[in-house]
Design a protein around this ligand. Structure first.
Ligand SMILES: *[C@@H]1O[C@H](CO)[C@@H](O)[C@H](O)[C@H]1NC(C)=O
Length: 368
């Protein structure tokens, strides 16, 4: 669906959801922040709960959805009958199709695909499926697992153009994306916290990156930065804006899709919860796409403060002060090493997903 059409769908839905407000004639009502935002960027919701995805997708509110080790582990370890059935299916599949490979890891990949096959029926856009996070420093294994995930989707009639394989923003993950993208396997490079990761992912031709401005702000808050910032100066906003401007100036088609949001100005006012969203979407910069969790979508829908769009792609390109960079492994690692926020948050993010993956592995092993 064209972005504009999606925006129109989102706008209509929001109007329909807000029962009390529809008492006023539509034309006299101020657009909510969510409606204004939806005109500027494609929105997705971050949740593994199929019921929530279904609810929002039915209303046309989301275009893409994603699974991650946390969601898959929650599904795999929940007692919910619907998810138990997916786990049983995944194990049966793995037993029948492992061909000598490790049954448990195939069952884990299959479970992520089972969830993805459901999500693909609910949303019109992309579904993202995580490659085993434990392969984050192994290009060859990442490529093998990604190809296997795509083969499972395609065997079920879902074309690779609907799927993004998620890889961590390590050198090895980004190199895997370079190989996969050549075969039309599109990649979502996640756990992006630094400029060098954004540059390297684009250089490798990744379809999409997911930077996490909120966690970048967390790092600065915990390491001598200010406790609060003006949204435009929030270090998380600054890094995403810098990557976005770089893409526009140097002609990279990689989609910049931030997720993970914190209140730049602190928690003294509940409306500050959407500071980073507004700083990146409307008030300063329009990113290509955005992932927003349900509570923040609701907050945006409840405000009709203006969301001015200060920066267009062309103006972003003009604002970029970075020359085109070409990283090799050594210069990438040096740049990451110099960026302690990115290095630390990347390590923490991978470790957290490894923890979730281990829980899921234990649950599956108990059933195999
Ligand atoms: C890409 O992955 C990120 C991180 O998990 C997620 O927030 C985002 O929604 C994904 N994008 C798409 C289009 O699935």
């Amino acid at each position: 669906m064209a972005p504009l059409l999606r925006c129109l769908v989102i706008t209509t839905t929001v109007l329909a959801l807000q029962a009390p407000r529809t008492l006023r004639p539509k034309t006299l009502r101020q657009a909510t922040q969510l409606e204004q935002l939806a005109e500027q960027t494609v929105l997705s919701i971050d949740t593994g709960d199929l019921n929530i995805i279904e609810q929002y997708a039915k209303g046309g509110l989301i275009s893409d959805a994603t699974t991650n080790p946390l969601f898959v582990a929650q599904a795999g370890t929940s007692g919910d009958a619907r998810y138990v059935a997916f786990v049983d299916k995944a194990i049966a599949y793995a037993k029948a199709n492992s061909g000598g490979d490790d049954v448990v890891s195939l069952a884990m990949d299959r479970l992520a695909v089972e969830l993805g096959l459901e999500i693909v029926k609910l949303v019109p856009g992309y579904v993202s499926t995580e490659v085993d996070i434990r392969a984050s420093f192994d290009t060859e294994e990442s490529v093998r697992r990604a190809r296997r995930i795509i083969a499972m989707y395609e065997a079920e009639g879902v074309d690779r153009s609907r799927v993004l394989v998620k890889l961590a923003g390590t050198w090895e993950g980004i190199e895997a994306a370079r190989i996969l993208e050549r075969d039309g396997i599109t990649c979502n490079i996640t756990l992006i916290f630094g400029f060098a990761q954004g540059v390297a992912a684009a250089q490798a031709g990744a379809r999409l990156i997911s930077p996490f401005p909120g966690r970048v702000k967390d790092w600065h808050a915990a390491n001598g930065g200010a406790p609060t910032y003006e949204p435009d100066e929030d270090p998380g906003v600054v890094v995403v804006r810098r990557i976005y401007e770089y893409y526009k100036k140097h002609g990279h088609g990689t989609i910049c899709m931030p997720a993970s949001w914190r209140p730049s100005r602190g928690t003294s006012d509940p409306s500050y919860a959407v500071d980073e969203i507004l700083a990146l979407a409307g008030t300063y910069l329009c990113t290509d796409r955005m992932t927003i969790p349900p509570p923040l979508l609701e907050l945006l829908a409840s405000s009709d403060e203006p969301v001015p769009r200060k920066l267009e792609p062309a103006r972003a390109a003009a604002a970029c002060a970075d020359a085109e960079l070409v990283y090799d492994e050594s210069s990438f690692r040096l740049a990451m090493n110099a960026d302690l926020a990115a290095t630390t948050k990347l390590a923490e993010g991978i470790n957290a997903f490894i923890g979730e993956t281990a829980k899921l592995q234990a649950a599956i092993e108990a059933k195999v």
